[in-house]
Design a protein around this ligand. Structure first.
Ligand SMILES: *[C@@H]1O[C@H](CO)[C@@H](O)[C@H](O)[C@H]1NC(C)=O
Ligand SMILES: *[C@@H]1O[C@H](CO)[C@@H](O)[C@H](O)[C@H]1NC(C)=O
Length: 430
């Protein structure tokens, strides 16, 4: 890369169904552990038994700060749990880990002006909307909290992060359905390339494991059916028996930094953010066009902007949500873009986490960065039978992680509305 500022990743933080904290979550991912469980078992009286799909990727919680679990008091002051929606609480936790990891928790005043936040969510706080409405109907205005409006806003995670750390640079929040996380990271990278900031905390959060959300996704027939009694088998991207996606929750945060800035302070560099490509299908709200033309455009432009060739990419973290049509179209798009597709490792970590909606692109960017850093392609769980007749003839890393040289990797995110983005991460080379 020449010319514009180069951007590198110097910190990571995660809240996910396969664990909280990077070390824990990555270990779970490469060991093939699933984070998908029964909502009926976890929340017995919540009414999930009336829905056709009763499973989800659920963030493990504890009130004893147990390793790998979410315990609000580890990242929030007393009272914050009332003032912040759950998606903001997850965001605060992931941001805290990423900033500590990057050793960027207490920059000086001038540096704080050059530090920004780009943090999104797909849905925001549906839970606060539905419960506040119930309270209003039952008890009128006096039941409505003054925190109601600020809590539900989609940019409040970005706001709260900047308030806690005093970051005075760009403060932005993306909401592009299931492409949110990828757009937040790509846009943050551009803020740095354009000179708007030296450091950006980028990512996304989602917390919509909520009756109304599941009911809505059931109505568009998007959720996995037939696995209520075997939740960990439900998310099976590329497999013949896949039947839909499994909803998940969590947050991913990355510290992105201008290369010279990172070097000057001796920061550890995980990888370089090399490429970013965006496209719209301009076709339909959920169905992809034949051959995945939109996905192809996003991947091609990400690779072009990375100034590398497809042969340099060793791993693709696919969007693949385990829906019959989506996986098939993405697979054919990957095959059209990569002349060397037979030498690629392609996997979907959603097989372990479920689909984190707005947060998916952020946690998958983290797994992609770690794949590049550690030369490990994470596995696709539950891939028992692939239909070669349907065009599924690549290396999908079934069941077990694969060690291989990964000098660059690409991650895809596609969202409702027909919005597609791809990011390319590469090993940092001087
Ligand atoms: C977070 O935002 C809420 C409003 O949604 C506000 O009341 C609270 O003080 C903020 N807390 C922090 C730590 O930024
Ligand atoms: C782009 O996003 C849409 C979201 O509606 C998705 O269905 C589609 O698969 C993506 N495009 C392609 C061609 O894969």
């Amino acid at each position: 890369m020449t010319g514009a500022h180069r951007v590198v990743v110097t910190g990571l933080g995660i809240v996910s169904p396969v664990g909280v904290g990077i070390k824990h979550a990555w270990q779970s991912i490469i060991e093939g552990r699933s984070g998908i469980r029964s909502l009926v078992n976890e929340r017995p009286d919540a009414g999930y038994d009336q829905l056709p799909s009763q499973i989800a990727g659920i963030v493990p919680r504890s009130d004893s700060s147990a390793p790998g679990t979410f315990d609000p008091k580890m990242s929030l002051a007393p009272g914050d749990t009332k003032r912040m929606a759950a998606f903001t609480q997850y965001a605060m936790c992931a941001a805290q880990e990423a900033l500590a990891d990057a050793e960027w928790t207490q920059p000086g005043d001038e540096q704080r002006e050059r530090t920004g936040v780009c943090f999104g969510t797909g849905i925001g706080s549906l839970d606060d909307i539905t419960t506040s409405y119930e309270q209003f109907k039952a008890g009128g205005l006096r039941k409505i909290s003054p925190m109601f409006v600020p809590k539900i806003l989609c940019n409040m995670a970005a706001g709260n992060i900047s308030i806690r750390y005093g970051f005075y640079g760009p403060n932005h929040a993306v909401s592009t359905a299931c492409t949110t996380g990828a757009h937040a990271i790509g846009d943050a990278m551009r803020f740095i390339r354009f000179g708007d900031a030296d450091v950006m905390l980028a990512g996304a959060s989602e917390c919509s494991l909520q009756l109304l959300a599941l009911a809505g996704f059931s109505k568009i027939k998007a959720l996995a059916l037939g696995f209520n009694d075997s939740p960990e088998k439900a998310s099976r991207p590329f497999d013949r028996d896949r039947s839909g996606f499994v909803i998940g929750e969590g947050a991913g945060a990355l510290v992105l930094e201008e290369l010279g800035h990172a070097k000057a302070r001796g920061a550890r560099i995980y990888a370089e953010v090399r490429g970013y490509g965006l496209s719209g299908d301009g076709f339909h709200i959920t169905a992809p066009p034949d051959g995945g033309a939109g996905a192809q455009r996003a991947m091609r432009s990400a690779i072009r902007s990375a100034q590398i060739s497809t042969a340099d990419i060793g791993y693709v973290n696919a969007h693949a949500t385990s829906t019959p049509l989506g996986d098939k179209v993405e697979n054919s798009a990957i095959k059209s873009v990569f002349a060397n597709a037979d030498r690629l490792a392609v996997s979907s970590t959603k097989s372990a986490t479920g689909h984190l909606l707005g947060a998916a692109g952020a946690v998958e960017a983290i797994f992609t960065v770690l794949a590049v850093r550690n030369n490990i392609a994470p596995p696709t769980l539950n891939l028992d039978t692939v239909d070669a007749a349907d065009g599924f003839d690549l290396n999908y890393v079934p069941h077990t992680a694969q060690e291989r040289l990964i000098s660059s990797a690409l991650t895809n995110s596609f969202g409702f509305g027909g919005t597609n983005a791809s990011l390319v991460f590469a090993k940092f080379v001087k």
